[in-house]
Unconditional design. Structure first.
Length: 258
């Protein structure tokens, strides 16, 4: 199992997101391999939940496709064990699924299936103590969010407990591709002072935006909806899906290295 922190070792990181089981459960491994060939440094695997409140319409649709295919936590961890070990993985999901499975069981399943980070958009850091402590015992990172509206005192608390990387929210609202990068994003990158890597997500969708957040001081850029859109567009042709995902990932990677 690769640790999520390895994605940032001596370099800036491209982090990509897909929803496990979208468009078909048996297609996820091929899409992951395409992302790796394209140069991704870390993959966020979405564990679909029926009420993904932090996600916009693109990822909501992916969630529904995956759930329709039968994706659930048992299948998710079984699938994760089969994925290539070339890059680290983090799971992105909602607390209801973690609570229902049991915190210790969920974290142990992450560890045993090669997942080294847990991202939970609907779990405030103030209420994440048990998940954080359990994750630390198993050597899995509990990754927290900081938004443009987060106050200085709260930023200090979050960075004090952070591990793996900190997820900086580029803008308020749900996930989804955007055309511009707001000044508040650049300001947020500057405001968060920590030795823990800072990765920017929510609305990052083009190589130019990736390049901009990296030049603004971020340690990583997170791209999700733009990749999920490619999968949706080609959902009936997995070969074409993988070709386009790999090609697009290469372009994103140029935003990191260029």
């Amino acid at each position: 199992m690769k640790d999520v922190s390895e994605a940032f070792t001596d370099k800036k990181a491209l982090i990509t997101y897909i929803c496990a089981g979208d468009p078909k459960i048996d297609a996820t491994e091929a899409i992951v391999e395409a992302l790796i060939r394209g140069g991704t440094d870390l993959i966020e695997l979405g564990l679909p939940f029926s009420d993904p409140i932090a996600d916009g319409p693109t990822i909501q649709a992916a969630t529904q496709r995956a759930l329709k295919e039968g994706m659930n936590p048992d299948l998710f961890f079984k699938l994760a064990k089969k994925l290539p070990g070339d890059v680290p993985y983090a799971v992105m999901t909602y607390y209801n699924l973690i609570f229902h499975r049991g915190i210790e069981r969920f974290v142990r399943d992450c560890k045993e299936s090669g997942i080294s980070g847990i991202i939970v958009p609907d779990l405030p850091p103030e209420e994440a103590g048990e998940l954080h402590e359990t994750s630390m015992r198993y050597g899995v990172h509990s990754i927290h969010f900081i938004a443009p509206t987060t106050r200085r005192e709260r930023i200090e608390r979050i960075t004090r407990d952070a591990s793996g990387f900190i997820y900086l929210v580029a803008r308020l609202g749900v996930t989804g591709a955007r055309e511009d990068l707001k000044e508040e994003t650049r300001s947020l990158i500057e405001r968060v002072k920590t030795p823990i890597p800072k990765a920017v997500g929510f609305g990052i969708s083009t190589p130019a935006q990736v390049r901009e957040v990296i030049r603004s001081g971020a340690d990583g850029a997170i791209v999700g909806s733009a990749i999920v859109e490619i999968i949706a567009k080609n959902k009936d042709n997995i070969r074409r899906t993988c070709e386009e995902v790999e090609r697009f990932t290469r372009r994103l990677k140029e935003g990191i290295t260029g």
